[in-house]
Design a protein around this ligand. Structure first.
Ligand SMILES: [Zn+2]
Length: 147
C-alpha cells in the first residue's frame, strides 16, 4: 500500500526500509533498533504504546501520502535528491564513465559525463530528462491540493 511512497522518499534521498509482510512486534522492534519512524496505514499499530515514532497515513493516494510525510517531518526535498537507489535504498556511488560503457544506451553514453551506480543492484543513474520529469512531478504534488 505504501510502496510508491517508499520509492518517492528514496528518490528524495531518505533511508527507507519497506516491509509488506512483517509482524507488528517485529516492525516496532526493528524501528526502535534502527531508530526509524514507522509510516503505516494501520491505525491499531499506530496507537500502540510501543510504536513511539509512528505516523498514520490515511490517504491511499501516493501523492497525498508523500505530501503528508513531507509536511509532517518538514522534509528537505532538494538537498539529497537522487542520492539513493529507489529500488534498493542504497546510497549511490560515483562511477567513472569508462566503466559503464555498454551498460547505458549509446546516446546517453555519448551525451553525459557523470554517472552514479548502485552498489547493490548495479543500476546506473545519470541526470537526464527523467530527472526533470521527477522534479516536475514533485512540484506538482507539492503545489496541488488533492483533496
Ligand atoms: Zn539498487
Amino acid at each position: 500500500m505504501l510502496g510508491r511512497l517508499a520509492r518517492w522518499l528514496r528518490i528524495l534521498g531518505y533511508d527507507v526500509a519497506y516491509e509488506s509482510s512483517i509482524s507488528d512486534d517485529d516492525l516496532i522492534s526493528r524501528s526502535l533498533h534502527e531508530r526509524r519512524v514507522i509510516l503505516t496505514m494501520d491505525r491499531e499499530l499506530s496507537q500502540r504504546e510501543s510504536a513511539k515514532n509512528c505516523l498514520l497515513i490515511k490517504s491511499d493516494d501516493y501523492r497525498e501520502q508523500l505530501k503528508h510525510v513531507i509536511n509532517h517531518y518538514n522534509i528537505d526535498c532538494k538537498s539529497f535528491i537522487f542520492s539513493r537507489c529507489f529500488i534498493c535504498n542504497e546510497l549511490l556511488d560515483y562511477i567513472e564513465k569508462e566503466k559503464i560503457e555498454g551498460k547505458v544506451p549509446p546516446y546517453v553514453y555519448s551525451t553525459h559525463n557523470e554517472f552514479d551506480f548502485c552498489p547493490q543492484c548495479h543500476r546506473v543513474y545519470w541526470s537526464g530528462t527523467h530527472r526533470g520529469k521527477i522534479l516536475d512531478k514533485l512540484d506538482e504534488i507539492l503545489r496541488v491540493s488533492l483533496q
